[in-house]
Ligand binder design. Structure first.
Ligand code: HEM
Length: 244
């Protein structure tokens, strides 16, 4: 057997028969070819029903992931090097400033588009059964998107980063129950959410490395996992909803 045919069949194991039934089976068994449901309503796929807000959120997530990978090649998560590595990206690295701006704008657009997508889902009542669990997954995606933005803020290690994260972390410190200075506090200053967030009591190297890991590995991984469930649930609900 031809080596390429053998390789193809080792990936898509559907047998060799070429009957009509077998062709249908091949499409149904293939996730990529069968990602759309067999029937979709005309009104549901109209641009003015979804404004493609979910699809655009996905598109800008992919843009941030690709440009973020490029930035990771040059950025150094070290308190003495972080700022100068960002400046190198701006001034020396070919297309560095372009990649940095693409990353920043795509991230800003995600923060804008995800709540708009949420609003569209709400206004078209698409959170109702059988899509209520996907609304919950969506809330997870909204929180992850905002946390991605927050953790990325510290990485340039300039004055803006430092004070923005100081404000965020101090809010954590004053959170009810979980913050050491908040109402109904149950945790001490070395156990509360502020301490966990900063890896200490002040913003320093442990904070930078925590935020770097969360921003480049933890949160993108969580977002990708949640998106996989999000799209699988849309498919299982029979595709996008339709106007009532
Ligand atoms: C990174 C964030 C997100 C991405 C990439 C995303 C992606 C998508 C896509 C591509 C669709 C198909 C329809 C469309 O384009 O509008 C969709 C539908 C849906 N999304 Fe999202 N979404 C995100 C966040 C959210 C949020 C924050 C919520 C709500 C809390 C949500 C709830 C839903 C629901 C319930 C549906 C089904 C709507 C229907 O059938 O009409 N999603 N999402």
């Amino acid at each position: 057997m031809n080596i390429f045919v053998q390789m193809w069949r080792s990936i898509f194991r559907t047998g060799v028969s070429d009957s009509h039934l077998h062709r249908v089976f091949r499409v149904v068994a293939n996730f990529v070819l069968h990602i759309q449901p067999p029937r979709v309503s005309k009104e549901g796929i109209k641009f003015t029903y979804t404004f493609c807000l979910g699809g655009l959120s996905l598109f800008f997530f992919i843009v941030t992931a690709i440009t973020g990978g490029f930035l990771m090649i040059y950025y150094l998560p070290d308190v003495d090097m972080a700022y100068s590595s960002m400046k190198d990206l701006d001034d020396i690295v070919p297309f560095g400033s372009f990649q940095r701006n693409l990353h920043r704008w795509a991230a800003h657009l995600m923060v804008l588009l995800v709540p708009l997508h949420m609003l569209r889902v709400f206004l078209t009542s698409s959170y109702k059964p059988p899509r209520e669990f996907n609304w919950v997954i969506g809330v997870g995606l909204l929180v992850t998107t905002l946390l991605l933005s927050f953790t990325g803020y510290l990485l340039p290690w300039d004055q803006l980063s430092y004070w923005a994260v100081t404000v965020g972390a101090t809010m954590g410190e004053n959170t009810p129950i979980l913050g050491a200075k908040g109402p109904f506090s149950i945790l001490g200053p070395e156990q509360d959410i502020h301490f966990i967030l900063l890896g200490g009591t002040t913003i320093d190297q442990p904070t930078l490395i925590r935020f770097y890991f969360a921003h480049c590995v933890g949160l993108p991984g969580a977002a990708a996992g949640l998106m996989a469930i999000h799209f699988w649930r849309i498919r299982k609900a029979g595709g996008i909803s339709r106007p009532l």
